[in-house]
Structure formats: C-alpha cells, structure tokens
Design a protein around this ligand. Structure first.
Ligand code: NAD
Length: 362
C-alpha cells in the first residue's frame, strides 16, 4: 500500500535541506520499494509571497489527508515587518493547532563522533540521550487575551496569557509517562510552581498521573534550575516534560549540548499518530543559498517520520546507520567542523552531505 508525505520546505535554508531529504527518500523508494509518494506545498514566507497568507486552507487539507508531513523551516527578515497575524511563524502555529499536534518530541542525542563539538566538556556530554516532551498547542503562545493596548496614562502595554486546562496537562503528561516507560523510566516535570498558579496545577496533575505509571520515577524541577542543571550535569535527565514556552527554551539549550542544532530532528504528533517532522533549527537566513547548511537534522526528521508515522522501521534504521557512517567517514558541514586542524575530517557542502548519505545507503 502506498503512503503519501506532504513536503513543506518553507523559507531560508528550508528548500536546500528538504531537497537532500528527498534524495534520501528517492534512494530508499528505489532500494527498498517503500512506495512512499510525496508532494510539495508552501508554508511560511513563500506562501505569503504566493497567496498572501502563511498557510492556506488547501494546504491544511492536504496535510490532514497525508500520512506524514516533513517541514524544512519558515521565516526570515523579508517578512519580519509584516503584521503579526500573517507572519510566516503563524503558519507553523496554525498547522500545529489545526492538526492538534499537541506533543512535540525533541531528542538531544550526542553522536560520539561529535563529542568535541559540544559546548561542554566531553565527560559531561558523552552518551547524552535526553528526550524533551514539549506541550505544543497550549500555554502562552496560544492563550487569550493577548495584544498591545494603550493604558490610561498613554503608555503602551504588551500582554499575553499563560493558561493550561487540566485536560491539556493530563494529555501531555500521559504521553510523556508512556514515552518514559519505553526509555530509562525517569520523568522530570519542569514548571515554575513557586510563582505561577498554572504551574501549581501542572504539578498536581503530574502527581496524580504518577499512580498509573508505577514503573516510572517522577521528579519535579523549577525551570530556572532545569536550565542550570542542563548545562551543569545534563546526563541526569532521561525524559523531561514541560509546557510550550519552557520547552521551547530548554530544548534549544539541550540542542547546543549536542554540538550542533543542525543535527537535531523533532516530531510533533497528534492523538491519531499523524505527525509533522522538522529539524529543531530555524530557517537560518544568515546562511541561506550558500550551500553550507547541515541537512542531517532534516534527514533524521525523515527517519523519525518513517519510524513513527509510516511504521517503516527498516528504512528508518537504514537512514540512522547511513548518518552514522558519513560521520565515521569524517564528513562535516561547517557547523559541526572541529576547530583547528583535524586529521581525517573533510568539510562538505549541503549537497555533498546529502549525496554521502545516499551513497552510504548503498
Ligand atoms: P536558526 O535556527 O534559524 O539559526 C540559529 C543559528 O544556527 C544561525 O547562526 C544559523 O546559521 C545556524 N543554523 C541553523 N540551522 C542550521 C543548519 N541546518 N546548518 C548549519 N547552521 C545552522 O534561528 P534564528 O536565527 O533565531 O531564526 C531565523 C529564522 O527562523 C527566524 O525567522 C525565525 O522566526 C525562524 N525560525 C523558524 C523555526 C521553524 O520553522 N520551526 C524555528 C526557529 C526559528
């Protein structure tokens, strides 16, 4: 039976890196008869240029009808001065909300070949394997009311609302407990219960869920401490569950522990298993169209898509192995290049990295 993927390459380096993932998919289709079809569509700044909005209803319908979505990245300075309501990032928030992609899985895995590229000492990060489960469709990014208003004294005031319903916390909590059961069975819930009422409720709900998962050890941590612990002793964590805003920040922090944001994939899933897969990084306008972006996060996002949404574990394993092989061969894009002279290391472009992964697939 054939499967259908929707490709939303987006802006900046998006088209360059998605192009490399497509090369990998083409090779797997040929080699393993995967029968995975794909179609391109627009989201982000490119959709604004074409349609005046960052995401059309037609694109949402195509995403809904697909078996999985692979996204590059959206946004860039060209669209930064537009009205907030039609900025590229709105497309991303809208598709997450429309498809109810409430659970964002952001692994931070350190490839042994890249241990020296981490901002921390090798002994602190060697063997690092953290999974951050970030609530993605609630919290302050979606809370109402929001806006900028003029106060009586004429001063302008910006305001947003941090809200979580009990059911939203329970849904992401159960998801995180189930994931922890399949990993190291340790779950750390991160919030700011000493200051925020919403975090107090979050902690209460997590506590009440723990009884249903007796094999998982639940702990709690304030977000400021979690940020500190991530750079002090990151290997203490297995699975972290947290809200939208805190997860956004902590997962980027965890990303840097692994050496490069260009290596990290992510998945956003709904209750039915439909998922959108994307690199953790943004559209990197500073390096767009130079052929130097690292495509591996996007290729590894394809790997997650094949594994979690299409049930093609063999093909996913083949990608994971091929990525390990090219790193073993010493191939590095600029972002993961070690400083100074390193024997056996070759600097490669975006397309050379993609071609090397295709070659390693055999
Ligand atoms: P960014 O992740 O795009 O870039 C941060 C730094 O990392 C830059 O120096 C960039 O060159 C580098 N980098 C990122 N990806 C890389 C790769 N694959 N290979 C090599 N280097 C890489 O974050 P930013 O600069 O804060 O944001 C740029 C734009 O991306 C903004 O418009 C922002 O809104 C958007 N953005 C989009 C997403 C998304 O689409 N999911 C996420 C974050 C930011």
């Amino acid at each position: 039976m054939s499967k259908n993927i929707l490709l939303l390459a987006g802006d900046g380096i998006g088209p360059e890196i998605v192009n490399e993932a497509v090369k990998v998919l083409d090779r797997l289709n040929e080699k393993m008869n995967l029968n995975v079809n794909y179609e391109h569509d627009l989201m982000g700044g490119c959709a604004i240029d074409a349609h005046g909005v960052p995401l059309t209803d037609e694109t949402i319908a195509k995403a809904r009808a697909s078996d999985g979505i692979l996204l590059g990245a959206v946004g860039g300075p060209k669209w930064d001065t537009l009205d907030r309501a039609i900025r590229p990032e709105k497309g991303l928030l809208k598709i997450r909300a429309e498809l109810d992609l409430f659970s964002n899985l952001r692994p931070a895995i350190l490839y042994p070949q890249l241990a020296d590229a981490s901002s921390l000492k090798r002994e602190l990060v060697e063997g690092l394997d953290i999974l951050i489960v970030r609530e993605l469709t609630g919290g302050i990014y979606f809370g109402e009311p929001r806006g900028i208003r003029v106060l009586e004294n004429g001063e302008r005031q910006g305001y947003n609302t941090l809200v979580y319903n009990e059911s939203e916390i329970e849904r992401i909590g159960r998801n995180a407990f189930e994931i922890a059961q399949k990993r190291g069975k340790r779950l750390c819930s991160v919030e700011k219960a000493n200051v925020l009422e919403v975090s107090g409720l979050w902690r209460e709900v997590m506590e009440s869920l723990a009884a249903d998962y007796p094999d998982v050890e639940l702990s709690h941590m304030y977000v400021d401490n979690a940020a500190m612990q991530l750079v002090r002793a990151p290997k203490q964590f297995d699975v972290i569950v947290t809200g939208n805003l805190f997860g956004d920040i902590l997962s980027d922090c965890a990303a840097m522990l692994t050496g490069s944001i260009g290596m990290l994939p992510s998945a956003s899933l709904n209750a039915g298993g439909l998922g959108m897969y994307e690199p953790v990084h943004g559209s990197a306008p500073d390096i767009a169209n130079q052929g130097i972006a690292n495509p591996l996060a996007t290729i590894l996002s394809l790997e997650m898509l094949l594994r979690y949404s299409l049930g093609m574990a063999d093909a996913a394993d083949a990608i994971a192995k091929a990525v390990g092989d090219v790193l073993d061969q010493g191939l590095r894009t600029a972002d993961i290049l070690p400083q100074g002279v390193s024997e056996g290391i070759t600097k490669v472009s975006t397309s050379e990295m993609g071609d090397a992964v295709v070659k390693a697939l055999g």
